[in-house]
Design a protein around this ligand. Sequence first.
Ligand code: SF4
Ligand code: SF4
Length: 363
Amino acid sequence: MKLKNLTILLTDNCNYKCSYCYQWSASGHDLDPLIAKNAVEYVLNNSNQELNITFSGGEPLLKFNLINKCVYYIKKKGEAQNKKVSFSIITNGSLINDEILEFLNDNNFDVQFSFDVYLKDEIEGKEIFNNGKSILGKLIKSKNIYLSTNTVFTPEKVDKIFYSVEFLYNEGVKDIGIGIDHTVFWNKNSLEIFREQLSKVKELVFLEYKTSRRVIVDLFDLNEPSGINTCGAAGNRLTITPDGGLWGCASFQYLDWENTTELKKNYYYGHMNDLENNNFEKRVQEVKGNYKEFKTDNFRTENNKCFLCEYLPECRICPAQKYSFMKGKRSMFHVPEQVCRMNKIIFELNKELKKEVKKIKNS
Ligand code: SF4
Ligand code: SF4
């Protein structure tokens, strides 16, 4: 396979325990350094000229030494093969000290900063929040780091969406992600608050767009859809889990913890030890074919078929995330009602934003 992205899950462990995070069910594995080296070698030998490596976990900075070694090795090998390699990391940031900051800056990292922990503490206390704020400030000031944030909202925290986005915006973040916890039930009231909060966010997005022509929140998108969306795991990417397993996307591994044999059979490429096996490439093609089935028009909700929906071109369904809410009870192609409702709220507000933008462009 010709790869463009490798995600390395360095550990199942994390120094925080966020309620929605699937890592709670993790088995406490750390990636074996030799397996990491073999994975990197495999990917360099099977990639395009441009390759992105993402370090994630658990909390990847618990394994900073291994990240350091991987980056050194990849740069050395990559340069010899004329490859252009970029690095990303998904982190709660709490372990970032001056040495780590310098390392991330020197290696031009894209840092996705998970803001959840700090928001929780801002409601309940101040200490961790202030620490998060100070790390955020340092990341923003680092010239070679591209910073984005992600905050996952539960029904209990849904009324903090606008507060969180406005705070990050005022701090200087220009790429703000809003995540939704679909492992719990959202009632009518929490969905209503979701709409109200997102509507306020849309106003802020519009305000910033008027001056910078930039859309700063990931749930909004002014581009016209170019076709029906498919799960990214069908693309040129590979994820290695801390136990050495190989999947199309990190989100699939926790479904495996629910012991769903269908998953193992259909979506698991194999183990790092299988790479030498002659049948591995054949297996890759089979599994890729299965991931390709996750096109939005193949999904359905309780009452509707997605291919009949007016939002079909915009809608992207993550089979792994929505499956977590259903705990493996139904087909992977069923979308829970709450996921569909929230998607529609987002698309309706995005439609309004597009209209507002069109007006200023025409004026
Ligand atoms: S908005 Fe709902 S019905 Fe429409 S494509 Fe998305 S999940 Fe399917
Ligand atoms: S849609 Fe879900 S499973 Fe597919 S690539 Fe995206 S996050 Fe991974």
